[in-house]
Write a protein that binds this ligand. Structure first.
Ligand code: MG
Length: 187
């Protein structure tokens, strides 16, 4: 059973905006996506800690960086909902599963997460088309492009981990390589 770590919170004041420019269905879907991004951040945090415990600090660093990106994605959506006069409703975040698998299993799980997230963004975009919400469509285009990058990146790491196989020295080289990951947009 999944225990939750964060209680559901509704961010509101006594001075709520009188109206929102968002369709209620879109507002709900955007809030779901905020939760999705935060849940991803949380899972990447668990993966980072898992690698750190195994002395794979390069892989841990890579996952910490990934966690930050997911958090930024959530914040982008929070900003957007607020800019449209919408209500941000923070739901509980699912507890990440126990990370006891092999390195390959962890990265494969990460790839699956990204593929699932792409589907979620696509569905959200589809909904924005359905209700003719052009501003949301425009905002989500950044996320569509970002997901192409995320899947490509994760796919590459999975391929590298497979290539390394049981070769311990190759694993250490890969670990060092992943330690070089810089925050997005920085060299
Ligand atoms: Mg994301």
């Amino acid at each position: 059973m999944n225990r939750t770590c964060v209680r559901a919170v509704t961010v509101s004041t006594n001075h709520d905006k009188e109206h929102t420019m968002l369709d209620p269905k879109i507002e709900k879907a955007l809030n779901n996506q905020i939760n999705h991004e935060l849940a991803s951040a949380y899972k990447y945090l668990a993966m980072a800690a898992h690698f750190e415990r195994q002395n794979l600090s390069g892989m841990a660093h890579w996952m910490f960086q990934q966690r930050e990106e997911e958090h930024e994605h959530a914040m982008r959506l929070v900003r957007y909902v607020l800019d449209r006069g919408g209500r941000v409703e923070l739901a509980a975040i699912e507890k990440p599963g126990a990370d006891s698998g092999t390195i390959l299993k962890v990265f494969e799980e990460a790839l699956e997460m990204e593929q699932e997230n792409t589907r979620a963004i696509n569905d959200l975009y589809g909904l924005a088309i359905e209700v003719k919400d052009y501003a949301t469509q425009s905002n989500l285009k950044w996320f569509l492009d970002e997901q192409v990058e995320e899947e490509k990146l994760m796919d590459e790491v999975v391929a590298l981990v497979k290539l390394v196989g049981d070769d311990k020295s190759a694993l250490l080289v890969l670990n060092r390589q992943l330690a070089d990951r810089q925050p997005d947009g920085k060299e």
